[in-house]
Ligand binder design. Sequence first.
Ligand code: PLP
Length: 430
Amino acid sequence: MTATQPLPPQPAGHPHFHYRDGALYAEGVPLQTLADRLGTPLYVYSRGALAAAWSSYRDAIGGRDVLVCYGMKANSNLAVLKEFARLGAGFDIVSGGELHRVLSVGGDPAKIVFSGVGKQAWEMRKALEADVKCFNVESEAELHLLSDVATSLGKKARVSLRVNPDVDAGAHPYISTGLKENKFGIAIVDAPKVYRIAAALPGITIAGVDCHIGSQITEVSPYLDALDKLLDLIDGLRAAGIEIEHLDLGGGLGIRYTDETPLAPATLIDQVYAKLQARKLDHLKLILEPGRSLVGNAGVMLTTVQFLKHAEARNFAIVDAAMNDLIRPTLYDAWHGLLPVQRRDGPTLEYDVVGPVCESGDWLAKQRMLAVERGDVLAIESAGAYGMVMASNYNTRARAAEVMVDGEQFHVIRQRETVEDLLRGESTLP
Ligand SMILES: *Cc1c(COP(=O)(O)O)cnc(C)c1O
């Protein structure tokens, strides 16, 4: 199982994460310096990578009327939100807590869309008071509650119905939210009826049609399949006297974790507009809700090798990060690239990279060829999306710190939690 070490591949976050003389950098800062100064596990983001991801949407849009609402559940650190707000982004929120975050960094409520299957009355109230752009409503019951809450405030809620287009799973196995059996959205066959109900409710104004068919999508075809169905719906609504202003196609654009070729925003937007023009529906305003594709490859997680353990069947690199810090590998069987922060010469061994949590499911990477020693720092790639936001305190482990690199500078954007933080709020019986 030994071999000479292959050159690590180009970092997934290239060019913002790159090697210089064997040392891995985020922009102008060596990651080893960050690990030494701030400790590990540590989430490291690149401001330049966030801006570049944003530009890939902005450039693709050109002069067209497209609102990009960052699907902020992917990474909701205030510094990340502030950066996108500054760049002109709107936000796709899924809770009252997320609304609070956006408003606290000065995000524009007129660019907020509120998604989610289980919105509570207090969350609706907060969003109505903030005057958000639109509620993406996912059931008839939600529509009634929203109308009641709006009416009690003397307001009208602008809504889109999140329609479930039942995009063919056979052809597109990665799609996991746009199928009949998923909990999300309103079945497209029921949508005309629910729109008629919405049109009659006193607290509701119909604004759009919405869908979000899944995540880590690398092909344009599922979007176009969904779009065809939505445009048929919009035509039908128009014939019934219900006018739609905007079309929200959700998020879901994939990123490169290993060798995927991601779907470029330009490809999606150009093809969507081609269809809108062909159907004479290009007066519709377009909303997109990308999450992962704006942040996923703008972040890595640093972790230090604590012990090497050579068992009969496997070699283990036991690191100081665990499933509580990055749950994607064990939750989704997700593959994340692994790079040495300092390249090391010498033979490689095949390792499973595992954490200290007392679960066999606590692994970060399996069967990777590595030349590592105790104390080495590894960078887990593509950790900018669904990383820190999904971190927990399992095993009473304090959550990692987060740092944003900006050129030669870096800024701690979240302090490392302390054990005292974890105990706050708990009490023993009298
Ligand atoms: C999660 C989510 C997004 C973002 O999805 P990505 O795959 O990260 O782009 C957008 N819209 C809704 C409704 C979501 O739930």
